[in-house]
Design a protein around this ligand. Structure first.
Ligand SMILES: [Ca+2]
Length: 667
């Protein structure tokens, strides 16, 4: 019931939001509609990554196909699409984009069906530019389509993986229930999309049309196009004063394994204090390249492609991996880690199709102190960049990390004085960006000016414990299930939050998912005391929360621990909330927060949904709000932060109805 209401609500909201764009694209194909995270770019100016490509949503382009969505219900193609909408094509149908600027390359985000028994299929997509047949892309679903419960499965026909786990679908433990419930298959399908880059062969000027057509006879009953990015890729970079891997036997055609040649080039470069240079080409590498005290440069991520296939390890490696694959790894922190490593200008194309958390099949891994990772394109690995500290002073800049099985970037265990900036992350199978202070606190790190879109599970950006960390100037869109735009959570065995947490000048859009286990809507920002109280100084300032599917701000402790843990010392200042399906603030914990200059409009329910820790005594809620002034605006029920709500009036509505907000607009 709630899900139906929610889907309808979100649908109306986004539909009305895209009307202007859609009509512009459909009526006049010559008028391209450029967006960022499916929004008018003026609404997110200065936030997120500056990526060098322009995004055009298929639902705003010319097509004779069928627009799907908008919708936010998990396990649907619409919900996983950028802007929660896409175009579905049958053989013979097309979607056509008009280039808004000169371009010599495109990137298409799409979905095609899985094979009936899993494993994926391939299918063609014809690309014509200005009406001339250009090329046929081979789309694949081999890296898409996961099913079932964690750690997921590639089998669409499998029964429930963990009958002894509580399942939200039956609100029961299947193995302990008579008769044993049977779930429809495919069970919990997700991770539907993939994307693919294509050089157009020459530069086309603004106004050229790029038509994507599904040819008759395609094996894909439907081909769903979510969006197309286009860009003018700079010429390849050459470095004549470096150890060129070709001189050490590397094969740029990708036929022969080049891993040993890379190692030889690296050893020579270290002896002679040169950089390693990888010229344009595709290089087959099916294992880790260990990097320490060296620089490796490619010609640019469109030109230099390091591509591997997954390899079974028997017996397993000492770290527990049962597979290996292409990746650049620092030394393990237990032996001191690596230092002074600089990687730039190449692509890593992995071959990871299932989630095995003990496998080290990440694009970049290990410990990398005093190092830089810049301008990489990382695709089809488990996690794009997974660091295992302790380590310090790593700069991760200008990378594109897409179609991952798990996280985009994770600072795990004692990563300090490090930054991830201007990275673009899309379609992760877990958190887009995370700091996980397991065992040792992450400290003094910053995630700044990144764009994170459509994580199919978990959060756009998550902090799990840590000291003095910052999340600033990011753009986060369309988390899909069990997550929020931004989460600050004491969970997963993380060290306590300490010092300050700065969440400043971020924008989220269409964030806050329907939490399928709790069966409640989450906030665009979600502060979560699950394993510890949260009492660090949390400063949330300058953030914009747009088109919130449910509430904008949620502070919550899990029900079984609601009398053990609290959330205090949280300060919201200079916030804009444009559109909430329910409240501005949802408090489901003991504790307190202050609010100053938090402006809200188009609020779909009472401004504050205050349940406290659910004791409902005459003293009021266990959660108190402090009004520091300037908190203006509201919606259907009047001012969002009204005097009668303060300091702790119980306004608890466990599952409020969702009222669709109008689309975000200039403030
Ligand atoms: Ca889309």
């Amino acid at each position: 019931m709630i899900a139906t209401v929610a889907a309808a609500a979100a649908g109306l909201s986004v539909a009305s939001g895209s009307t202007a764009f859609a009509s512009a694209g459909t009526v006049a194909a010559s008028t391209p509609v450029v967006t960022r995270a499916a929004l008018d770019p003026s609404l997110v100016s200065g936030r997120g990554a500056d990526v060098g490509f322009v995004e055009q949503e298929a639902e705003n382009a010319a097509t004779n196909g069928t627009i799907i969505g908008p919708g936010t219900a998990a396990y649907t193609l619409a919900a996983e699409a950028s802007g929660r909408s896409a175009v579905s094509l049958t053989p013979g149908q097309y979607v056509e984009f008009t280039l808004p600027a000169a371009a010599n390359a495109i990137n298409v985000r799409y979905s095609i069906p899985d094979a009936p028994t899993g494993g994926g299929i391939t299918a063609p997509l014809d690309v014509t530019v200005n009406g001339h047949r250009h090329k046929t892309m081979t789309l694949t679903s081999q890296f898409a389509w996961l099913y079932n419960e964690y750690p997921f499965s590639n089998d669409p026909n499998a029964g429930v993986l963990h009958p002894d786990w509580w399942a939200t679908e039956c609100t029961c433990v299947p193995a302990a229930t008579t008769p044993t419930p049977v779930f429809p298959t495919p069970f919990r399908p997700n991770h539907f999309y993939d994307e693919q880059r294509l050089f157009l062969g020459r530069t086309y000027q603004a106004g050229a049309t790029v038509r994507l057509t599904v040819p008759a006879g395609s094996d894909a009953a439907t081909t769903t196009i979510d969006l197309m990015d286009s860009q003018l890729v700079a010429p390849p970079k050459f470095d004549l004063h470096a150890a060129n891997v070709l001189l050490f036997g590397a094969d740029p055609t990708g036929h022969r394994d080049s891993a040993d040649a890379f190692d030889r080039a690296i050893a020579f470069a270290q002896r002679t204090h040169l950089k390693v240079y990888i010229p344009p080409g595709t290089y087959q590498v099916n294992r880790h390249i260990i990097v320490d005290n060296m620089t490796i440069e490619g010609a640019g991520s469109w030109y230099t492609i390091i591509k591997g296939h997954q390899v079974d390890l028997s017996p397993p490696a000492p770290d527990g991996s049962v597979h290996t694959g292409v990746g650049f790894y620092g030394q393990d922190a237990s032996v001191g880690g690596s230092t002074n490593v600089h990687l730039s200008g190449f692509a890593i194309e992995g071959d990871v199709r299932e989630r095995i958390d003990t496998d080290q099949v990440n694009g970049i891994g290990g410990a990398l102190s005093n190092s830089t990772i810049d301008g990489l394109y990382i695709h089809h690995t488990k996690v794009g960049i997974w660091l295992d500290g302790p380590m310090t002073n790593l700069k991760i800049t200008n990378n594109i990390i897409v179609d991952q099985i798990a996280d985009g970037i994770n600072f795990h265990t004692g990563v300090t004085n490090s930054i991830a900036s201007n990275n673009f992350i899309r379609n992760t199978g877990d958190d887009g960006l995370a700091m996980w202070s397991e065992k040792v606190a992450d400290a003094n790190n910053t995630f700044d000016h990144n764009t994170v879109q459509t994580p199919v599970l978990a959060n756009g950006i998550a902090l799990y414990g840590g000291t003095d960390n910052t999340v600033s100037n990011n753009l986060i869109a369309d988390p899909i299930r069990e997550g929020s735009g931004i989460q600050v959570g004491s969970r997963f065995g993380a060290q306590a939050f300490a010092g300050h947490v700065w969440i400043t000048n971020n924008t989220t859009v269409r964030a806050g998912t329907y939490e399928l286990n709790w069966k409640i809507g989450l906030g665009a920002i979600w502060i979560y005391a699950l394993e510890k109280s949260i009492s660090a100084d949390i400063e949330v300032a300058g953030d914009n929360f747009l088109d919130n599917t449910y509430n904008a701000i949620m502070l919550v402790s899990d029900f079984p621990v609601k009398d053990l843990y609290s959330i205090t010392n949280v300060h919201f200042k200079d916030i804009k909330v444009d559109g909430t399906g329910t409240s501005v603030v949802s408090a489901r914990t003991a504790g307190s927060a202050s609010f100053e200059n938090v402006q809200a409009r188009n609020v779909g329910a009472v401004g504050v949904n205050n349940c406290g820790s659910f004791h409902f005594t005459p003293a009021g809620s266990e959660f108190s709000l402090t009004d520091l002034g300037g908190n203006t605006g509201g919606g259907t029920t009047g001012p969002w932060l009204a005097p009668w709500e303060l300091p702790n009036t119980i306004t608890c509505n466990d599952r409020p109805p969702v009222v669709p907000p109008p689309p975000p607009s200039p403030w």
